[in-house]
Design a protein. Structure first.
Length: 242
């Protein structure tokens, strides 16, 4: 996990968003990215991003693949007959097993433990450590996503959740959000976990309790700050008095 990388490239711009808006009425659109991201109207799907993740665990990649609406994935293959990630795993495990059996056979015969035996033992330990970090769900893979803004907003609700999302997935998605913020800060501001998005409501079968913490209050305050008084409803009393 410590060696994974994330890069983000934006493929479209606000002009395309405005063109999409103007297609729905007679006139010219002057909508901003911030306005549409907050409203989550359909033109936000014109904002496309190319996200490249390298050396992430297979299970993290699988979590991101779940979000198929508005996101097209391209993942490194793990097939043995392709130049992909970690081919030939069964054969590697068989080799380690046979080497362990060979060592045990020598020791059971009462032979002395020699320097080559110790070297082989150390080599096997290193191989097992490698297998632990590269077998099955931990296999490092690369993943690219061609994804729109709405899909990223929806991904964030689940993949930033500290209660239900895997810790490794949260780490990766936080980095995605950070990279998005460098090129489209208005979108990054809308990429929040579900309880923040729902103003304190969890929605999961088991709430983790984050929505009762000071950290939640801080995140919610930051999120709400991007909305106007009218959107927040804080000017309702004034309107009623008028």
């Amino acid at each position: 996990m410590k060696d994974f990388t994330v890069s983000v490239r934006k493929l479209t711009d606000v002009e395309l968003l405005r063109e999409a808006c103007a297609s729905t009425f007679i006139g010219e659109s002057h909508a901003s990215l911030s306005q549409l991201y907050k409203a989550e109207h359909s033109p936000v799907r014109t904002q496309l991003f190319w996200i490249t993740l390298k050396n992430i665990p297979l299970f993290v990649s699988t979590h991101l693949l779940r979000h198929h609406v508005g996101s097209v994935p391209f993942q490194l293959t793990c097939r043995d007959d392709r130049n992909g990630g970690n081919p030939g795993m069964p054969a590697k495990i068989d080799d380690v097993v046979n080497r362990i059996k060979s060592l045990l056979n020598d020791w059971q015969k009462g032979g002395a433990i020699t320097a080559p035996h110790i070297q082989e033992e150390n080599a096997i330990v290193e191989e097992l450590e490698w297998l632990k970090n590269n077998a099955d769900r931990q296999t490092p893979v690369n993943l690219s996503l061609c994804v729109n803004a709405q899909s990223l907003i929806d991904m964030a609700k689940l993949r930033l959740c500290s209660g239900c999302a895997a810790a490794e997935t949260v780490i990766v998605f936080r980095e995605i959000k950070y990279q998005i913020a460098q090129i489209d800060p208005e979108l990054a501001a809308m990429m929040v976990r579900k309880c923040v998005y729902r103003n304190g409501l969890c929605g999961e079968m088991r709430c983790c309790g984050f929505n009762s913490t000071p950290a939640f209050d801080t995140e919610l305050k930051e999120y709400v700050s991007h909305f106007s008084e009218k959107q927040r409803g804080t000017n309702r009393k004034c309107n009623q008095e008028k």
